[in-house]
Write a protein that binds this ligand. Sequence first.
Ligand code: ADP
Ligand code: MG
Length: 484
Amino acid sequence: MQWETVIGLEVHVQLATRSKIFSGASTAFGAEPNTQACAVDLGLPGVLPVLNEQAVAMAVQFGLAVHADIPEVSVFDRKNYFYPDLPKGYQTSQMYHPIVGAGDVEITLDDESTKRIRIHHAHLEEDAGKSLHEDFHGMTGIDLNRAGTPLLEIVSEPDMRSAKEAAAYLKAIHSIVTYLGISDGNMAEGSMRCDVNVSVRPKGQEAFGTRAEIKNVNSFRFVERAIAFEVERQIELIEDGGKVVQETRLFDPERDETRSMRTKEEANDYRYFPCPDLLPVVLDQAYLDHLRSQLPELPADKRARFQTSLGLSAYDAHVLSASREMAEFFEEVHRVCGDAKQAANWVQGELSGALNRENLSIQNSPVSAKQLGELISRVLDDTINGKAAKQVFQALWNGQGDSADAIIDAKGLKQVTDTGAIEAMIDQVIADSPAQVAQYRDSEPEKRGKMIGYFVGQVMKASRGTANPQQVNGLLKEKLDALL
Ligand code: ADP
Ligand code: MG
């Protein structure tokens, strides 16, 4: 039997507002426990929530970025349940009239093919507090700093068909929210986390199978691993004559497995009802137009422009547009050196390699975009050759000079293109290598091309890497062949 995987994601994004969604308390991460939850966040009697306009604007901008309908009216509802990290006894969310309607996102797969994933809707809600288990033996501590942090929950249609597609979708969402600047997207700090709904069905069958929901997965890699485990579990279960039950599961990264938390029968009846403390949100066309005019160029548009007007490959365009910081860095390098292909090669090659080795993000690159652009310019105008360029890059990286030009001067790396000087070096190398010259002369003509490498190496060494390699090659061949 052939099986097909069906996946739908509910992504929670913490919005980067400075204050909470219904109060003026700070949303900053990492403060001492319970120093950033005010009376409104705790739902003390007599307080009234006031909606944060910035959260509304951010949600709408997301909606516009994913080509969604933005309904004129959206409404906040109370979702009633008890949990220690929710002192109010309900979460303020949007059940029936979300702020963002149906839209779609384009994802890019490993083979550079693309696919559209539909978004069902996105709604605003407040985050809950956090339970702390480690420091309290046999008890639970509660930190309510996170209570009231604005969340945008983005619900996809069940359009994904593999773990790779799910990860690509999550990356696309991550890239959109960080381009928009509506979230820092920091998954390690919980700024973005997702519930993964997974089911399987026999290939060719139209009806969906019963799904399991894996809660709170907080990295791209965990999404893929959780799905891989879950798909295998469900197929095995069905093939052994069992049935998948609709339930909530938890992914355990240490054991690489999912475990049941609660089944649908135990699910809460949340008794949603419109929050009487908050008016419906009414957005007019002028407001939407204003927000639309503020949108930055988005990842999909940037990718398309990198391909069509800069002539980059689909792969380069995808990699360079994946994060806003990467795209901005690349564009600055390109602006300085004027050659898109060279800029792309250096950013993805030498620079990304060095950043990866030292586990640095591009925002913290020791070499600035301007410095890299100037370095590339010196290669393009033949001031230095490729080998010297790598030395200059290393020196910039290590802070041994402020600019490519300064390092080229200080280290004497200027390329030697003077034919006379190169010829003199070649003559010296030939005079110093009688055995190799004899070997060259005595070998088959088709093998000589390879043997010339030895002489090129010697001349480059004599020039301390500064001779123009094309000239060295050409002149060497002439001089050696003259000896035949
Ligand atoms: P609920 O209202 O119970 O949360 P929804 O219908 O809103 O359920 O779906 C929640 C998420 O689960 C959505 O992202 C949706 O795409 C996904 N989903 C729904 N049915 C399936 C299924 N059979 N297999 C995989 N994902 C599914
Ligand atoms: Mg749900």
